[in-house]
Write a protein that binds this ligand. Structure first.
Ligand SMILES: [Zn+2]
Length: 318
């Protein structure tokens, strides 16, 4: 497996707002990526590379996935805010969702490097690599065409998927196994006829984005769990989605991977064990088409290495 490790600075937002408009500490940090890289390396069978996608390609892809007014706003604020300001109230928030994610000076550049990493991972598949892993941050799956939320500004997984489609993969599936619902990915992919989307996630009414959700078309599979599933139930649901996507003829899969499904994650709420990632990896090891992993959440720092290790080991199952 080729791991693409994000370049650039380690800037991170200091807080989020919860649904009661109270500040909660941020758990999103560059250290998350160090821990995950360490776990994957300990599992073996991987090489780390730097993303080398040109600026012009990233900018062109961003225009495909996000609306220009949103990109301009994000870029302008990121350039002009002073170092102490947190800008939270603005119009670029998902319908019915309260603003929770600050814009801070320089954050657009961090998100841009995350996007570059995801696109670089997708490129690996076009070079014939069977598995690539974008170690990118901040996460992206809550970023829609024209809005941000839940730490997410640019939708890294959607950018990877568009890259694959541009390079001739079609159709492409995106399977989101982060604890949270990828509302941004759903928003972006609803109009992409060459994409299938599936998500396994917690109750969207009890957790972000705090609203009911449903598939927007027949290419989307939405599987919520109202409470922490048994490992077997989660794995059976994942297996059923993989089978469905194979029947639908997917030529590559993007996996939005979140480690926040495990016990004690500060943004989670389930009690799945870290070793479930060995079983997840084993299921994915038997998928015959190329896989592009894109890092989403996972915030329990002292368990990220372990989760990634199990995933890496599982992916080596024969
Ligand atoms: Zn999450």
């Amino acid at each position: 497996m080729i791991i693409l490790y994000q370049n650039g600075d380690s800037r991170a937002v200091p807080l989020l707002l919860n649904c009661d408009r109270q500040a909660i500490p941020s758990y999103e940090s560059a250290e998350r990526l160090w821990q995950i890289a360490s776990g994957l390396q300990k599992a073996g069978g991987c090489n780390i590379q730097q993303p080398d996608v040109t600026h012009s390609e990233i900018l062109a892809l961003l225009q495909t996935v996000h609306e220009p007014a949103y990109l301009n706003f994000l870029s302008y604020q990121s350039k002009t805010l002073d170092q102490k300001t947190l800008l939270i109230e603005h119009d670029f928030v998902a319908p019915g969702v309260s603003a929770d994610t600050p814009i801070i000076a320089g954050i657009f550049n961090v998100a841009l490097e995350g996007a570059r990493t995801a696109v670089a991972a997708a490129h690996q598949l076009t070079y014939g690599v069977q598995r690539a892993y974008a170690l990118c941050r901040p996460p992206g799956h809550h970023a829609g065409k024209a809005w941000m939320g839940g730490y997410c500004y640019l939708n890294n997984a959607a950018l990877a998927l568009h890259t694959l489609i541009r390079q001739g993969f079609s159709p492409v599936g995106l399977i989101d196994i982060d604890y949270h619902f990828g509302n941004g990915s759903v928003d972006i992919l609803q109009s992409v006829s060459e994409a299938f989307f599936a998500s396994l996630h917690c109750s969207t009414e009890k957790s972000f984005p705090y609203q009911k959700t449903a598939p927007l078309n027949q290419r989307q599979v939405i599987i919520p769990f109202d409470k922490s599933p048994e490992p077997k139930a989660f794995l059976d649901a994942l297996a059923s989605v993989i089978e469905k996507f194979m029947i639908w003829g997917c030529t590559a899969l993007v996996i939005s991977i979140g480690f926040d499904i495990i016990d004690d994650d500060p943004h989670g709420g389930w009690n799945l064990p870290a070793d479930i990632f060995a079983s997840i990896g084993s299921l994915l090891a038997h998928v015959s088409i190329p896989l592009c992993f894109v890092q989403e959440g996972g915030y329990l720092l002292n368990q990220l290495e372990t989760c990634a290790f199990y995933l890496g080991k599982g992916l080596q199952t024969n």
